[in-house]
Design a protein around this ligand. Structure first.
Ligand SMILES: [Zn+2]
Length: 222
């Protein structure tokens, strides 16, 4: 989404400022101007970074008061966010795709190879939409919950249309993912031990080019 007239675009990750985002392929053969020209981060990554900083200043003030005291686990993330998060927090990443860029933990059969080491913040970003079956999505979300404490926060991004009463399977080959999720995704989150709150509105998203990410979902670990 374009900013208001005269508004400067800002990347909170690398502090780039300018007038236009760079092109990025959002669907096979289709580009949109959404990437930071400097660090190449995407809208959701800029928004996630801002959310982490906000959580550090509120809910996790104590944990974040000592360097690397805040524990962050990102499932499905890339080093665009990770390289900066790693420099500031106790950040780990994980992926279900063995052919993706190297990560700290490869998830096999829904299992993250970590024993009791709870994270303050878990990020699940555009991962569930590539998982075919609800039972496997719930298994991954339960695994994320296992690695969180009561009060930990899940930041959840995906292809969401929460006005829909069912999930929509996307045309084969038209997208990089399988599903556009409707409201039942909130039940999948609840059934996995998370209490979801959809975020429909948020101020200041135009300047970081992230208004396209609404709605997203914040969850607390129950
Ligand atoms: Zn940037």
């Amino acid at each position: 989404m374009a900013p208001d007239d005269g508004e400067v675009l800002r990347c909170p990750l690398c502090h780039w400022c300018g007038a236009a985002w760079a092109n990025v392929e959002c669907r096979p053969g289709m580009c949109v101007r959404q990437a930071c020209p400097n660090c190449l981060c995407l809208p959701r990554e800029r928004l996630i970074w801002r959310l982490i900083i906000r959580l550090c200043n509120t809910r996790f003030l104590a944990a974040a008061s000592n360097p690397s005291g805040l524990r962050v686990l990102e499932i499905g993330g890339t080093d665009r966010l990770g390289v900066r998060a790693r420099a500031r927090y106790d950040y780990k990443n994980a992926d279900i795709n063995p052919f993706a860029a190297p990560v700290d933990y490869l998830i096999l059969r829904g299992r993250i190879p970590l024993e009791n080491s709870p994270f303050n913040i878990v990020i699940v970003s555009y991962v569930l939409c590539v998982i075919e079956h609800a039972r496997d999505r719930v298994r991954l979300l339960k695994e994320a919950r296992r690695l969180a404490n009561v009060g930990s926060v899940l930041i959840y991004f995906d292809d969401l249309d929460l006005r829909n009463l069912c999930h929509v399977r996307l045309p084969k080959g038209a997208f990089f993912h399988l599903w556009r999720f409707g409201r039942p995704i909130l039940d999948e989150l609840r059934n996995s031990g998370w209490q979801p709150t959809p975020i429909w509105r948020e101020r200041g998203l135009a300047s970081i080019g992230a208004a396209t990410e609404l709605p997203y979902v914040l969850c607390t670990a129950g």
